[in-house]
Design a binder for this molecule. Structure first.
Ligand SMILES: [Zn+2]
Length: 95
């Protein structure tokens, strides 16, 4: 039986596995990632620079600041900050 959400914007998220729902979701998500990264990448002056203890401290104390705001404050990209927070939470950071 056809998924009742097939063909809608949320078809894939509601479990429709047809190719066009999967593609629509992939396109939407790629665009979303692009917008996230693009909103911070032009200001990311510290792109690929080693993380400092001060930066890590700010991420750990972040006090409700959004990832996008932290990225702009630190001169990092959105996904750099998100990945660093994940690592700090998993305590993979040794330095
Ligand atoms: Zn579908």
């Amino acid at each position: 039986m056809r998924n009742p959400y097939c063909g809608s914007a949320t078809g894939y998220l509601y479990g429709c596995t047809c190719l066009s729902c999967a593609r629509a979701h992939a396109d939407y998500h790629a665009d979303y990632r692009h917008r996230r990264q693009g909103s911070t990448s032009t200001a990311a002056g510290r792109y690929a620079a080693p993380w400092t203890p001060q930066e890590d401290a700010l991420l750990q104390a972040r006090d409700g600041l959004s990832v996008a705001s932290l990225a702009l404050v630190l001169g990092r990209t959105y996904y750099a900050v998100r990945a660093r927070i994940t690592r700090l939470n998993r305590q993979e950071v040794t330095a």
